[in-house]
Design a protein around this ligand. Structure first.
Ligand SMILES: CC(C)(COP(=O)(O)OP(=O)(O)OC[C@H]1O[C@@H](n2cnc3c(N)ncnc32)[C@H](O)[C@@H]1OP(=O)(O)O)[C@@H](O)C(=O)NCCC(=O)NCCS
Length: 312
């Protein structure tokens, strides 16, 4: 078996296999593999492709799409993104005809080695709570749960309600938001992901690469906001994502609602059929808020992490 980086000619077989292997997952999450492939192709063409190759030459590329191949055929994949403090894995899959032969294990090994060479102390991933086969594999390979999250979905009826007026998040809000947000990340998660796995302000260049649009809003004084929400929307994805809704503890519930309603209105204007918000287990105030806004819990995932040691 050969382990190597993705090449453009892999695109058709990768697309076919991710569609087969993640059909149930995509139906739940609204993720569109064709869109994912378009993003991957974009990072392999033109100036972005050139920049990626230069970064890879210096061992600094932010992501690597890893392929296992045998007899010229695709056997398995995983996407490794190098984030603060950890390597993050997604799209771990093996062709159904070649399972239980160590394909995924070989890809995990390689991803762990790359992460370690890049100075990361952990590799992390999210697995659907019901995916017993994958959980067993990760468990046997030393991956341990660090948090449980639930994802809530609300269908948007396509009409664009005029949202309440809220101000955009500004760069002067970042230090305060980051401090408050980090304080709220539970210790085991902070150890693996110092920033909780996300940044506060949308990145315009990342949006360009990911073919997405993002916006963030705050309530309260500049530099010391009382509430924050962010929304992301990608054209071919069947859901807009509301993320990181940080709300100050003493904020009146009506204000909390205002902010999330503004984010929902922003998504509706973009004709997003539904909105998804993912909350850490135990975030009861936010659960109550999103449920009161018509969101329903649809799936839950576990974030697993493996500490990399010299023998990894
Ligand atoms: C989960 C998944 C990636 C595992 O891929 P895989 O290539 O079969 O994984 P491996 O062969 O490396 O390991 C699977 C099991 O086979 C065992 N195995 C590995 N080589 C073996 C061999 N030569 N003979 C017999 N068993 C073997 C492993 O020990 C492992 O056992 P365990 O689960 O009890 O620990 C695959 O089932 C899949 O693609 N599922 C659908 C997509 C999915 O759910 N992905 C995970 C998203 S988080």
């Amino acid at each position: 078996m050969i382990l190597r980086d993705f090449r453009l000619r892999d695109a058709p077989s990768v697309l076919r296999q991710v569609q087969e292997n993640f059909a149930g997952e995509f139906a739940l999450t609204g993720f569109d593999p064709a869109h994912f492939l378009r993003v991957v192709e974009k990072t392999h063409r033109g100036w972005i492709g050139m920049a990626r190759r230069v970064l890879q030459l210096f061992g600094q590329t932010p992501a690597r799409f890893l392929i296992a191949e045998e007899s010229g055929e695709l056997r398995g994949t995983t996407l490794l993104t190098l984030q603060r403090g950890h390597g993050y894995l997604s799209m771990v899959m093996t062709d159904a005809r070649y399972r239980q032969r160590g394909v995924a294990s070989a890809l995990l090994n390689w991803a762990e080695q790359i992460s370690q060479r890049r100075g990361k102390r952990y590799v992390a991933l999210d697995v659907l709570s019901g995916n017993e086969g994958a959980r067993r594999l990760y468990g046997h390979r030393g991956y341990r749960p660090i948090r449980r999250t639930s994802s809530f979905v609300r269908e948007l009826d396509g009409k664009a309600p005029s949202g309440p007026s809220v101000r955009p998040a500004l760069s002067s809000d970042i230090p305060f938001l980051e401090t408050v947000y980090r304080r709220r990340i539970p210790d085991p998660v902070r150890e693996v992901m110092p920033d909780g796995g996300s940044s506060v302000l949308p990145s315009r260049w990342l949006d360009r690469i990911l073919l997405s649009e993002s916006e963030a809003w705050c309530l309260g004084p500049e530099g010391r906001p009382t509430a924050y929400a962010r929304a992301t929307f990608t054209t071919p994805r069947e859901a807009g994502i509301l993320s990181l809704p940080y709300i100050a503890i003493d904020l009146p519930p009506a204000d909390q609602r205002t902010l999330v309603e503004a984010a929902l209105a922003w998504l509706s204007v973009r004709r997003t059929p539904r909105a998804v918000v993912t909350l850490a287990e135990g975030n009861e105030p936010m659960r109550l808020l999103v449920e009161s806004l018509g969101f329903q819990e649809r799936w839950s995932t576990e974030t697993l992490a493996k500490r990399l040691t010299a023998s990894s």
